[in-house]
Ligand binder design. Structure first.
Ligand code: FAD
Length: 323
């Protein structure tokens, strides 16, 4: 049994990110009734106590410090180092987000820990913590055990279903000293998106070069709105300037694992598959019956996306309104 697991949480636009709750669930699995300590940074950290307790943490370290309102590697590293030294955890989980990917390796190097990154499953097998993670761009999975030191991992969004457990939580205000920051964030300019975060969306409607223009993305957005999903894209569509690069899915873009992925006018290049092939259900709409995307699709529709997508939107509207 693991006695103490530390989980770093993240919020976005005032809400705890789904992957934070998934990381808490991963911690529950290995803590087996031991103590789960959550930590939040920034000046609104105390707002998240209730939900953090609901998902299994027994303590929330609230690290309220203006210097941590926006992420910097230096600032978060100093803060997390002090939390780790104070709590002496026997396991650490961090979300595999832009922040987690940047921060975790630095902490691992500082503390001399082995880091298992981009973890999609965590199990306790005969007392050993066993991590599953994708390799070769998602074509295979490997299982890893930590041979020495404590288990330290980043958790990929949308893979470990978040499970509620527990209810009472102790809030621990924790002061950190942040000094000599080498970077300061002057301004954060956010792209306006449709609301649903692409990396955590349960439904993704992705468009490729077959969408043919930025206006071509409109029917995809309509379908996404009906299904409560997010719009994504292939690099082909981004390179052609039909949409912003923040939508790019694939080896050099975002990795998504939604319940439903609908690829519209995407050929299915290996670099694109690297970002979506672990989606639970894949639907492909393509004019070309030989398009490689059909090899990974659970359902294939050979046809013109400009006819098929509006039809799907209409049908989903009917079904969802009647249900
Ligand atoms: P295309 O390959 O041109 O396919 C368009 C498809 O649309 C075709 O299959 C066509 O039949 C279909 N189509 C056309 N009109 C219609 C219609 N009206 N209705 C239905 N179907 C239609 N790509 C990524 O996506 N993500 C990455 O992260 C990425 N990283 C890369 C990294 C490297 C180092 C390299 C070399 C490449 C990378 N690529 C990446 C690019 C990748 O190799 C492909 O070029 C790209 O994915 C192709 O995009 P596409 O499928 O939209 O375009």
């Amino acid at each position: 049994m693991m006695k103490k697991v530390l989980v770093m949480l993240e919020a976005k636009a005032g809400n705890v990110r789904g992957v934070s709750l998934e990381a808490l669930t991963a911690a529950q699995r290995i803590a087996q009734g031991g103590e789960i300590i959550a930590v939040f940074f920034g000046s609104d950290a105390a707002n998240y106590a209730e939900i953090t307790g609901k998902y299994g943490a027994s303590k929330l370290y609230v690290v309220e410090n203006k210097a941590l309102d926006t992420y910097t590697t230096d600032g978060y590293f100093q803060a997390m180092r002090q939390v780790m030294e104070a709590t002496e955890p026997e396991g650490i989980f961090i979300p595999h987000t832009a922040i987690g990917k940047d921060l975790a390796p630095r902490l691992a190097a500082r503390f001399g820990l082995g880091l298992v990154s981009d973890v999609t499953d965590v199990q306790l097998v005969v007392g050993d913590v066993v991590f599953t993670r994708p390799i070769y761009s998602g074509k295979a999975f490997e299982k890893k055990k930590v041979a020495s030191g404590i288990p330290f991992a980043t958790i990929r969004p949308n893979n470990i279903p978040a499970v509620e457990s527990g209810s009472s939580i102790e809030v621990v205000p924790f002061e950190v000293e942040i000094k000599d920051l080498r970077t300061t964030v002057k301004e954060v300019v956010r792209k306006t998106t449709g609301g649903v975060d692409l990396s955590e969306a349960k439904v993704v409607i992705a468009g490729g070069r077959g969408v043919k223009s930025s206006e071509g993305f409109v029917p995809l957005q309509e379908l996404a709105d009906v299904l409560g999903g997010a719009v994504g894209a292939s690099r082909g569509a981004c390179d052609a300037d039909y949409c912003d690069y923040s939508l790019q899915i694939g080896q050099t873009g975002k990795v998504v694992t939604p319940d439903l992925y609908i690829a519209c006018g995407i050929s299915g290049a290996i670099q694109h598959l690297a970002g979506m092939s672990n989606s639970k259900i894949i639907v492909a709409i393509n004019k070309d019956p030989e398009a490689p995307i059909f090899q990974v699709a659970d359902y294939g529709i050979v046809g013109d996306l400009f006819e098929v997508v509006p039809l799907l939107t209409e049908e989903f509207k009917k079904v969802l309104v009647n249900s």
